[in-house]
Design a protein around this ligand. Structure first.
Ligand code: ATP
Ligand code: MG
Length: 451
C-alpha cells in the first residue's frame, strides 16, 4: 500500500539519506494516511542528530525547536516538518516526562517508546511499511492498544490515558480490554498533569464523532479530571420532558451538538448545576435557576483549566443562555444578535436544538418550528441594513477612551450596555445622547471597581 507523501517530505528524506542517515515517516501521519484521512502534519524520524540534520538540510531553514529532545523543525513551502532523532526513553518519575532519554541508532527503539500500536508505524517510499508492534492489524481492526504493558506505559506518561480516549472519540476505534482496564485503574495519575494539557486533550476529544460513547464508557476517567460533573450521574429528572438522568441527558446532548469545540464544551457543562438546584414536588423534579448555577460551576472549571478569556466567555455565555425562550420576541432576538454576534447566536441555537434532542422523544419535533423560525428571523435581521450592531452605534470605543475609560473589559461592557439601551428604545442613537449616557455609566463602573 502506497502513501502519497508530499514533495517537501520526500525532499527531506532524500537529503538526510544523501548525507548517509536513515530516515522514516512516522506516527500520526502514517496512521491517518492508511486510514484515508488527511494527516494534520508530517513527522520524520531519523538516525541523524539535530546538528547532523541541520547540516544535511542545506538550503532549508531549520529551527531548533526542541534540540534537547532531538527535534528540529524544517520550514518548507508546504508547511513545517518536525524531524526527530531516534530516541529511547526509560521510566518516569513524575508520570509525565521520561526519567532518561538517549538518542538511538535504531528505528525499532524509537517506535517502541510510542504510545499506541497504530501510532508506532513507520513508512518509507521505497522500503514500505515498518510494523514492529502489530499496528497494521490493529489499524485494520480499529483497535487502540498500547505498545507494551499498558499499566507501565500509562504510569510513564499519564497523558496517554487522555490520548487514548481522544483517539477513540475521533477515530471511532475500540479500546483493547487490557488497555482500557489499565486506563481506569491508573486514572488517579491524571492529577499529575497540568490543567492546560487536560484542557487541550479534552478540547480535541469533545468534537469527536464518538465523544459521547467514549465518555459513557469511561465516566470514572472523566470525573477524575472534571469532578464537578460527577453528581450529574444518577441525578434523576422526574418530568414529562425528560427520559434520562442528568448525565445521560448530557451525553445525548453532546452527541447531538455540532462538532464545534465551544458548543461541545457548552453541551458537556450546560446542566452541571442541576444536581445543586433540584427540588421535587407532586409534579416531579424542578431545577429552578439551574442555568445560573451551571454557569457558576463552569466558570470555576474553565478558570482552573486556564481557558483563554475569549473561549471561556463564549462557553459560559452558551451555558448561561441555554434556557432562552424560543422563539424569542423580535426585540429580544435583536438584542441577542447584537450581544452574541452571528456565529455565537447560531452556536446557541445549535446547543438548544441538541438539548431538546436529548429529551423525551417527540419533544424536539414539537419545538423545532420555533427554532427554525428564529433562525430565519436572525438571517433576515442580519441581511437588513437597519439591524444595529456595535459598529452602528453613533459613538465608538475611541470616544469612550477620550471620555476617560481605560482599554479594559469595562469599556466593552459600556458599549454593549449602550447598544442594549438603544435596542430597547430607551436611548436615541445620537452622538450627544450616547456620550452623556457613557459618562453616567463610567460613574457607575468606577463605584464598582476595586482597583
Ligand atoms: P494528531 O497529530 O492527530 O494529534 P498524532 O498521533 O500525530 O496525532 P502527535 O501528538 O502529533 O499525535 O504525536 C506524534 C507521534 O508521537 C504519535 O503518533 C506517537 O507516535 C508519538 N507520541 C505523541 N505523544 C506521545 C506520548 N505522550 N507518548 C508516546 N508517544 C507519543
Ligand atoms: Mg501529529
Amino acid at each position: 500500500m502506497d502513501i502519497a507523501v508530499p514533495e517537501d517530505v520526500l525532499r527531506v528524506l532524500a537529503l538526510l539519506e544523501g548525507a548517509g542517515f536513515e530516515a522514516w515517516i512516522v506516527g500520526g501521519c502514517v496512521r491517518d494516511s492508511l486510514l484515508g484521512r488527511m494527516p494534520a502534519d508530517w513527522d520524520v524520524a531519523t538516525a541523524a542528530t539535530p546538528e547532523e540534520t541541520a547540516a544535511a538540510l542545506h538550503g532549508i531553514r531549520v529551527l531548533p525547536t526542541g534540540v534537547r529532545h532531538g527535534t528540529v523543525t524544517a520550514v518548507l513551502p508546504g508547511g513545517n516538518i518536525e524531524i526527530t532523532t531516534y530516541r529511547a526513553e526509560t521510566g518516569s518519575s513524575d508520570h509525565r516526562h521520561p526519567a532518561a532519554l538517549r538518542f538511538s541508532g535504531r528505528i525499532e527503539e524509537d517506535l517502541a517508546r510510542r504510545d499506541f500500536t497504530v501510532n508506532a508505524l513507520a513508512y518509507h517510499p521505497r522500503r514500505g511499511l515498518l510494523d514492529a508492534f502489530g499496528g497494521g492489524a490493529d489499524l485494520r481492526a480499529g483497535i487502540l492498544r498500547t505498545v507494551g504493558d499498558p499499566a507501565l506505559r500509562f504510569n510513564e506518561d499519564a497523558l496517554r490515558i487522555l490520548r487514548l480516549l481522544r483517539f477513540a472519540a475521533t477515530l471511532g476505534f475500540s479500546i483493547e480490554s487490557g488497555t482500557g482496564r489499565a486506563a481506569i485503574a491508573q486514572k488517579d495519575l491524571l492529577h499529575a498533569l497540568s490543567h492546560e494539557r487536560v484542557r487541550e486533550e479534552l478540547t480535541r476529544l469533545l468534537p469527536g464523532r464518538w465523544a459521547a460513547q467514549v465518555l459513557r464508557a469511561y465516566p470514572e476517567v472523566v470525573f477524575t479530571v472534571l469532578p464537578e460533573l460527577r453528581p450529574m450521574m444518577g441525578c434523576g429528572q422526574e418530568s414529562p420532558y425528560h427520559c434520562f438522568d442528568v448525565w445521560e441527558h448530557t451525553l445525548h446532548a453532546l452527541d447531538a451538538a455540532e462538532a464545534d469545540p465551544i458548543v461541545r464544551w457548552a453541551a458537556l457543562l450546560h446542566d452541571c448545576g442541576k444536581p445543586d438546584t433540584k427540588s421535587t414536588d407532586s409534579a416531579g423534579a424542578h431545577f429552578y435557576g439551574h442555568a445560573a448555577r451551571s454557569e457558576a460551576i463552569s466558570r470555576e472549571i474553565l478558570e482552573r483549566m486556564r481557558f483563554s478569556r475569549r473561549d471561556g466567555e463564549a462557553i459560559l455565555q452558551l451555558v448561561a443562555l441555554h434556557m432562552e425562550q424560543m422563539p424569542p420576541t423580535e426585540k429580544r432576538l435583536k438584542k441577542l444578535l447584537a450581544r452574541l454576534g452571528e456565529a455565537q447566536l447560531f452556536r446557541l441555537l445549535d446547543l438548544i436544538r441538541a438539548d431538546w434532542a436529548a429529551q423525551t422523544p417527540g419533544l424536539l419535533e414539537q419545538r423545532l418550528p420555533g427554532l427554525v423560525a428564529t433562525e430565519s428571523a436572525a438571517r433576515r435581521l442580519l441581511a437588513e441594513e437597519s439591524t444595529l450592531t456595535l459598529k452602528d452605534l453613533a459613538i465608538s470605543g475611541k470616544d469612550l477612551l477620550a471620555l476617560g475609560y481605560s482599554p479594559s473589559p469595562a469599556l466593552g461592557r459600556a458599549l454593549h450596555r449602550l447598544l442594549d439601551e438603544v435596542l430597547d428604545d430607551r436611548l436615541e442613537n445620537t452622538r450627544e445622547t450616547l456620550l452623556r449616557r457613557a459618562g453616567e455609566l463610567a460613574g457607575e463602573e468606577s463605584a464598582n471597581i476595586t482597583h
